[in-house]
Design a protein around this ligand. Structure first.
Ligand SMILES: [Zn+2]
Length: 274
């Protein structure tokens, strides 16, 4: 059984894709349901039931489920969506009212809860999909181009590094948690303009991001510290007002931007140099 309790970032989507792939690929869909009118309309015309699941892939924070006959379901979890996997017929651990998408096979049921964004795409639409095509290098992909990642960071000019790291057009896979943790590890004040950072600093953040996302995938839980205590897995994220684990100063927290993204940092470990 799979649950994604933490806020979806590259690691959770990667793990969800791996679990859904194991359970669904090669299986015939026996039932499909959704509360998205757009999905049910396409399902009514093109019937998802009866198709075989051909592939499940994570691309940054997008999850793609490909069915036979040129139909791919793209979902994006944003802040609160999750996919859960159940043996066929098992009771869900979330209320039915949170259900947005159900994919059933003879053996398993995959349920998308509170998925905020979903659409069906053909291969042609997928290839032209603006948000998928504009994704930066995927931090969890085996092939990763660090020079391209740095070029995209530099293209952000004076934007605060915290925003640059969140932009999926720069590198794909970092969310709020990793953003705050990575900047703590690099000892960089989150609102420093990207242009004020050296190549070595930018490359270091990206290398840490690759290492820590891969570690979280391997462990099946998110961590940026070596602590085995589940309550101590993060340095600063979600710890506003508490003592810094490194220096004891009070951790700062601020919500910025249109969607009030939370940023946490230590004022002493990550001083504003400007
Ligand atoms: Zn500190």
């Amino acid at each position: 059984m799979l649950t994604l309790r933490s806020m979806p970032e590259g690691d959770t989507i990667f793990l969800a894709a791996a679990a859904l792939r194991r359970a669904l690929v090669g299986e015939v869909v026996s039932a499909f349901r959704s509360t998205f009118p757009l999905l049910t309309r396409i399902d009514a015309e093109q019937r998802v039931a009866g198709r075989t699941v051909e592939a499940v892939d994570a691309r940054g924070k997008h999850l793609l489920i490909a069915f036979s006959g040129d139909l791919t379901l793209r979902t994006h979890m944003r802040m609160h969506g999750s996919w859960q996997l159940y043996p066929a017929g098992a009771r869900w651990r979330r209320p039915g009212r949170d259900m947005r998408i159900v994919i059933e096979t003879a053996r398993a049921t995959a349920v998308g809860f509170n998925v905020p964004e979903a659409e069906f795409l053909t291969a042609k639409q997928l290839a032209r999909h603006e948000r998928l095509q504009s994704l930066g290098p995927d931090l969890l992909a085996e092939q990763f181009d660090p020079i391209e990642a740095r070029r995209r960071m530099r293209a952000c000019g004076d934007a605060p590094i915290a925003n640059v790291l969140l932009s999926q057009r720069v590198v794909a896979g970092i969310g709020n948690v990793f953003k705050s943790e990575l900047l703590f590890l690099a000892r960089i004040y989150p609102f420093t303009p990207a242009s004020a950072l050296s190549d070595a600093q930018l490359d270091g953040i990206v290398a840490d991001a690759r290492r820590l996302l891969a570690l979280s995938v391997r462990l099946g839980r998110r961590t940026t510290r070596s602590s085995l205590n589940p309550a101590e897995r993060l340095w600063v994220y979600g710890r506003g007002g508490k003592a810094c684990r490194r220096c004891g100063s009070v951790i700062q927290a601020a919500k910025t931007g249109e969607d009030a993204r939370l940023t946490c940092w230590c004022g002493r470990c990550q001083p504003n140099m400007r």
